[in-house]
Ligand binder design. Structure first.
Ligand SMILES: Cc1cc2nc3c(=O)[nH]c(=O)nc-3n(C[C@H](O)[C@H](O)[C@H](O)COP(=O)(O)O)c2cc1C
Length: 449
């Protein structure tokens, strides 16, 4: 706290802090007046204590929120204070090159133990899935250093695609418990909501709409990203096509080929995006994997287009028993891995009843709220793998926010476990998992002793 306070005073930031904080929390919508007054009073009291040299460690949680919302998350990270990894007030472009959270001096390792994932021996089977936290080289470097060894480069497309209008990512602070598997969620989330960094109960809602740079831009970035990871780390590349029928298949295949040309050894197909815009009433389309025939056509088309040596992963949403059982046996002969779950498409409103993401009534829910959905999906996926007798790796994700939730998904038979919301909210998640489980997590590849 002392170091942070000196830094703030030295930079002359203390006086302007309450106003900068209020500008941040009112950026996309205005809290009800009593809530706004309370937040303003808290920030002013904090600034006064900082100025007087009276701020103590008890003030750190409030100071973290105030600095993050004032756009000074980087100062927290410099002082080693946990902070969310992505600046939700900044634009997608602003965030592409600037992970916010602290970076460890040394990559946490589980000694010389290795886990086999999609053809590679990896240092510890935790990763960050396709999302804005793996949107480019700087993010890949950041996550790889912080101990994530199974990374999936954010979904890219065959042409540039702008993000949906902001806000794009909001804490779902009221969703602290897991919903029943696949529950159609009605979520209340305000753009100024906050969850303390490191909370295992964190949930979020997002509506980015799968933005993409031009292929020229992302291919060059991807080549550099592949070069930044260690030999015992894996970078999968997520792609998505657009259009209908054969146009959709061809676009998926062309984009997968571009990823392969850039050096990707494994390509993941995003068959589960909950945020694709549609001129229908709700503003967004259902995930593609709800249509088994269309999904299989895409996977077949991509498999034909790629080199036989390139690994292929299908990323799915939570599907009910009948839908998953109908799809997986058709995918199994075509893929090397199945990833899931994607975010749960949910109706998301602010506390005043307006959509949290203007113009898009539906958005993707993730984190603690989808934990039971992920457990349920992974359990059934692994059972279908065993029943089908055809091996594919399972990349499990959904609600992993601490070592216990990591272990629970892994124990179901996943080959690797990834975290988006947990990695966003807790910059030390991978380190904590390696510390808690590095020596005991079962693995097929025990080093010679
Ligand atoms: C902000 C954000 C952006 C995401 N973008 C993508 C994406 O581009 N492609 C994709 O396949 N999944 C995307 N996801 C879904 C995650 O990869 C993951 O499947 C989901 O968030 C569940 O994991 P979690 O509970 O750990 O967040 C995104 C998730 C979040 C939170």
């Amino acid at each position: 706290m002392g170091r942070l306070r000196d830094d703030l005073v030295g930079r002359g930031l203390v006086d302007g802090l309450p106003e900068a904080f209020l500008a941040g929390i009112t950026r996309f919508a205005r809290p009800p007046q009593p809530e706004l007054d309370a937040l303003a009073a808290a920030a002013r009291g904090l600034a006064a204590r900082l100025a007087a040299g009276d701020a103590g460690d008890d003030d750190l949680p409030l100071l973290t929120r105030v600095l993050f919302s004032a756009g000074h998350g980087g100062l927290l990270a410099d002082a080693g204070v946990p902070t969310p990894a992505y600046d939700v007030l900044g634009s997608y472009r602003d965030n592409l090159t600037t992970p916010v959270g602290p970076r460890l001096r040394e990559r946490p390792r589980a000694g010389d133990r290795r886990w086999r994932v999609l053809g590679r021996d990896v240092g510890f089977p935790i990763g960050v899935p396709a999302c804005v936290l793996n949107g480019g080289e700087e993010w890949v470097r950041h996550n790889a250093r912080n101990g994530y060894s199974v990374l999936t480069y954010k979904t890219v497309r065959s042409r540039a695609h702008e993000p949906n209008t902001q806000p794009n990512w909001v804490f779902a602070a009221r969703e602290t418990q897991s919903l029943p598997p696949g529950a159609a969620a009605e979520v209340t989330a305000d753009p100024w909501d906050w969850v303390e960094p490191g909370s295992p109960d964190v949930s979020t809602v997002n509506s980015f709409g799968v933005p993409s740079l031009t292929p020229e831009e992302w291919m060059a970035d991807l080549e550099r990203s592949l070069a930044t990871i260690d030999d015992d780390q894996l970078l999968v590349v997520s792609v998505m096509g657009e259009g209908n029928g054969t146009g959709l298949v061809d676009d998926f295949a062309a984009t997968a080929r571009l990823a392969e040309e850039s050096g990707a050894s494994v390509v993941e197909l995003n068959l589960s995006c909950p945020n694709t815009l549609n001129p229908s009433a709700s503003g967004v389309k259902p995930p593609l994997c709800l249509d088994a025939d269309a999904s299989v056509a895409v996977v077949e088309g991509v498999r034909r287009a790629l080199d036989d040596r390139t690994g292929l992963v299908a990323k799915l949403s939570w599907l009910d028993e009948a839908a998953l059982a109908a799809l997986v046996p058709r995918l199994a002969p075509l893929v090397d891995g199945v990833a899931g779950i994607n975010t749960l498409q949910s109706r998301v409103r602010r506390s005043d009843g307006e959509p949290t993401f203007p113009g898009r009534g539906l958005a993707g829910l993730s984190g603690a709220a989808v934990r039971d959905s992920a457990l349920d999906f992974t359990r059934r996926l692994v059972a279908l793998r065993e029943a089908g007798g055809r091996h594919f790796d399972v990349l499990a994700m959904g609600g992993v926010t601490d070592p216990a939730s990591f272990k629970a998904l892994f124990a179901l038979g996943a080959d690797a476990v990834q975290s988006a919301s947990g990695a966003f909210a807790n910059p030390f998640l991978a380190r904590d998992c390696v510390a808690a489980l590095g020596e005991t997590l079962p693995c097929a590849l025990e080093p010679a002793r």
